[in-house]
Design a protein around this ligand. Sequence first.
Ligand code: API
Length: 322
Amino acid sequence: MDETPAVPARQSAAAGATVAASSLAGLTFSKGHGTGNDFVLIADPGDAHEITPEQVARLCDRHVGIGGDGLIRAVPSRFLPEGRDLLEQDPDAEWFMDYRNGDGSLSEMCGNGVRVFVHFLIAEQLVDLGPGETLTIGTRGGVKKVVRTSNGYAVDMGPWEFIFPKEATSKAMDALVSADGLEVARPGLSVSMGNPHTVVALAELKELAATQLFKAPVVDPKPANGTNVEFVVPAEPLVEDGVGTITMRVHERGVGETQSCGTGACAAAVAIRHWAGNTAPNDWHVKVPGGVVDVKFFPGAGGREHVELSGPAVIVATGTLS
Ligand SMILES: N[C@H](CCC[C@H](N)C(=O)O)C(=O)O
C-alpha cells in the first residue's frame, strides 16, 4: 500500500529545536493569561536562570514549546541593575517582572502581564496579598502598584506620553497606518505607556473585522523602535452611564495579533479621549477578542493624570520542562 506522504509539520520558528535541548530542563513553569493574552511564567527567586531570547522563542512557540504571547520571569529586583535602581525609588518593589515578547525581544511594559505576574507570585506563595491589598513591583517601565480586587487586579500604569515625532503635522495624528483588508491608509496617534503604541480609529466593526493582522501593519513614519498597533472602534453612543466603550484589535510588536493587550487598551482610551475632547469620560470598557478590560483616568502623583488598568488574571496550568 502506498505510504501516504507524511504531512510536513508547519515549520515553526523553532522547528527542530526542542525545549529539552535548553539548559532549562527540569524547571517548573506555569501558563497563565489575562483576557487571552497568555504567558509562560517562571519563578526565579535566586536569579539562577539567564533565559536567552532563543529559549524564550522556543518556550513561547505554540508547536514545539509551551506556547505564549510572551514569557515572564519573576526575579527579586535586587539581582538586576534596573531592579536595584527601582529599589532606591521604592524599597517595596521587591519582585521584578522580567517580561519578554514571544519572539524573545524585550518590552518595557505589559499590562495584562502585570496582573498575571502578581497572581503567579501569590500562587507560588512568594507573596501574600489579600483582597483590597496593594503590592508594589518593579518593571522595565518603572515601579507599579497593583491592587487585588474582587475579580482580578487593578494596576496603576502611571502617566502616558504622546509620541509626536517632531515632524508631526498635528496633535490629532502623527502617523499613517496601512494594513491588508483596509481600503485606505488611516491616520494613527502614537502613545507611550512605557512601551510604544499607535492607535488607529476605524468607522465601524465591519471594517475592524475585515482588517487582516497576519503581518505587521505598515506605520509611516516608521517608528525607530517599532510599535504595537491598535485598531479601535468607538461605541455608538460612545458613552453610556458615564462610561465610554471601545472595541479593539491589536497587532503587538514582537508577537503578532494577540487576544488582548493591556497597555494597548490604555493607549486606545488615551487616543479616543484625546479625539473626543474634554467631554470624554474618565472610565472606559475596552472590548478585546479575549474579553473586556477596564481603563480609568485619575489624578496621579506629581499632578500628572495616571491610567489605571483592571481585569482578570488566570493561572491555567503548571508543569516541568523536559
Ligand atoms: N501584551 C502586553 C503588551 C506587550 C507589548 C509588547 N508587545 C511590546 O513590544 O511593547 C500588554 O498587555 O500590555
